[in-house]
Design a protein around this ligand. Structure first.
Ligand SMILES: Nc1ncnc2c1ncn2[C@@H]1O[C@H](COP(=O)(O)OP(=O)(O)OP(=O)(O)O)[C@@H](O)[C@H]1O
Length: 248
């Protein structure tokens, strides 16, 4: 469904992404993992076109999308969240959800005129995510985890086919993390394809069907969580320390 071919992004002399290729199969939960600075977020930025790739191609459902503007990519069915919540704190949750979905997070200096349909849709998404109780809370009253759920709600407003989640459980308390995992799984069961960047190995190993490991801008291993866990190169580059810590 999503195919990344030889993707490159250079910042001056820094090869943030250096010829990365991988695919995300339709209906899968695919994880993109790797040590800090491996190029995961940059790859996300290039796929969603919030950064311009220096080279390579991105294909969605057989159509090349790396030359499209971000809102066109959203319209084709690909949406993403950001590592840092883009919460517009002077608005309520429901306003945030609607505004973010309209302006892709780069505007929103006004209170939105919300149509009845938009409100109904936003409320049903908040209901699905289990957060209707905070629909009319001000953004600045939310916990970090609730903001993550709000971002997820905003992303679902565009009816995406594939979603890119950048550290959805980062900094979230364990019980809310379980809720987020549960909701991602429920979305996937409804047919949503998911690409996820996350540092929490336990979450990745439980949730994903396939894992793509990046290091220094390149893909060094791809496989099921079990295969990736045992790959010598991955252990060497990254997982060794993490898994040894977990097993200790
Ligand atoms: N705008 C930028 N300008 C210059 N260098 C950048 C920029 N964005 C990223 N980099 C560099 O590119 C490399 C990859 O960064 P990136 O944030 O994509 O890694 P990551 O795998 O997402 O890391 P983390 O897990 O810490 O979020 C790093 O060396 C980073 O310093």
């Amino acid at each position: 469904m999503l195919e990344v071919r030889n993707l490159c992004k250079h910042y001056g002399g820094v090869k943030a992404v250096d010829g990365a290729s991988f695919t995300v199969e339709k209906g899968s939960i695919t994880a993109l993992i790797g040590p800090n600075g491996a190029g995961k977020t940059t790859a996300f930025n290039c796929i969603s076109r919030t950064a311009t790739p220096s080279g390579g191609e991105v294909w969605l459902d057989g159509e090349r999308i790396d030359n499209l503007r971000p809102h066109k990519i959203t319209a084709k069915g690909l949406s993403r969240t950001f590592q840092i919540s883009r919460n517009l704190s002077d608005m309520t949750v429901i306003e945030n959800v609607i505004v973010q979905s309209k302006v892709h997070g780069f505007g929103g200096l006004f209170r939105p005129a919300m149509s009845r349909d938009e409100k109904d849709k936003a409320m049903s998404i908040l209901d699905f995510l289990g957060i209707t109780r905070i629909a009319f809370e001000d953004g600045h009253n939310l916990s970090y985890g609730q903001k993550k759920l709000m971002d997820l709600a905003a992303l679902l407003m565009s009816d995406p086919k594939v979603i890119l989640l950048d550290e959805p459980a980062g900094g979230v308390n364990p019980s809310l993390m379980e809720e987020i995992v549960d909701r991602i799984r429920a979305l996937n069961e409804k047919g949503m394809t998911v690409l996820i960047v996350e540092h929490n190995m336990d979450l990745i190993m439980r949730l994903s069907h396939k894992v793509v490991v990046m290091a220094q801008g390149r893909v060094i291993c791809t496989g099921t969580p079990d295969i990736v866990r045992k790959d010598a190169q991955v252990l060497d580059a990254y997982l060794g320390g993490v898994l040894e810590e977990e097993e200790a």
